[in-house]
Design a protein. Structure first.
Length: 251
């Protein structure tokens, strides 16, 4: 098992309501050689129920990182996949568990990645999905699609372990990719992009509709590297300067 790859993988649970599910996810993670658990505003944690359901994976619970927001839990990640059990009005790239694991195993060779699970009842909000580069959906019985959080975690943890086991190229022989852009840097870019669109009069902040969400989805698909990001930020800054020049406000 490639511990170096798996050490770059995070499992993030957003507002888990039942501590038993936290413990069961920790157990699923440890059985598949994952150990980095992040919890966003858990309802009850630490908890005896979590410890009992962990069944020996106490170290995963002890080292769990508690965060007040999803962006904090994703700090440093360059590829993020959200879980979804329902269709969305705006389509994100949708992966099967095996496709998700394969792509994640590739990213793990060099970068931090995260697999994000939503609330037991409501899943992830559209705003939270804005931080995801893709969604993963576990195929289930169309007449009974209810899947427990821990069960979903076990399926995806197994697929990830399998994908890493099947990665045959040693890390030392892999081609070094261009410097990846972290989630914080992408969020900064999106804030800059939105402000630029307002400055040039393209975006009405009072009636934004779904423009920024669609633009996020587009750039999340392309995954610009740091050099490309510097170019994009330069273009945005140039557009803002041009918009502020005398005589350009009436365009």
């Amino acid at each position: 098992m490639d511990a170096q790859r798996l050490s770059n993988a995070r499992v993030v649970l957003v507002e888990p309501s039942h501590p038993g599910n936290i413990g069961a996810v920790a157990r699923a993670m440890k059985s598949m050689c994952l150990h980095r658990l992040y919890l966003v505003r858990p309802k009850r944690f630490p908890s005896a129920d979590a410890t009992a359901r962990a069944a020996g994976a106490d170290d995963i619970l002890f080292d769990a990182v508690i965060c007040e927001s999803l962006p904090a839990a994703l700090a440093g990640c360059v590829w993020v996949v959200g879980t979804s059990a329902r269709d969305r009005s705006i389509q994100w790239p949708m992966l099967t568990p095996r496709q998700c694991a394969g792509k994640m195993a590739e990213k793990l060779a060099h970068d931090e990645t995260a697999l994000v699970f939503g609330r037991e009842q409501a899943g992830l909000s559209n705003q939270e999905l804005d931080s995801c580069h893709a969604l993963v959906q576990i195929p289930t019985n169309a007449d009974y699609c209810s899947l427990n959080l821990a069960a979903a975690g076990q399926v995806l943890a197994y697929e990830l372990q399998l994908a890493v086991l099947q990665a045959t190229t040693p890390l030392a022989d892999e081609v070094v990719e261009a410097a990846a852009v972290s989630q914080e840097e992408m969020d900064g870019f999106y804030a800059h992009l939105e402000q630029m669109l307002v400055d040039i009069g393209y975006l009405d902040p009072e009636k934004p509709k779904k423009l920024m969400r669609r633009l996020r989805r587009m750039f999340n698909r392309t995954l610009p590297d740091r050099s490309e990001m510097n170019i994009l930020r330069g273009v945005l800054s140039a557009a803002q300067r041009s918009a502020k020049e005398p005589g350009n406000g009436d365009r």
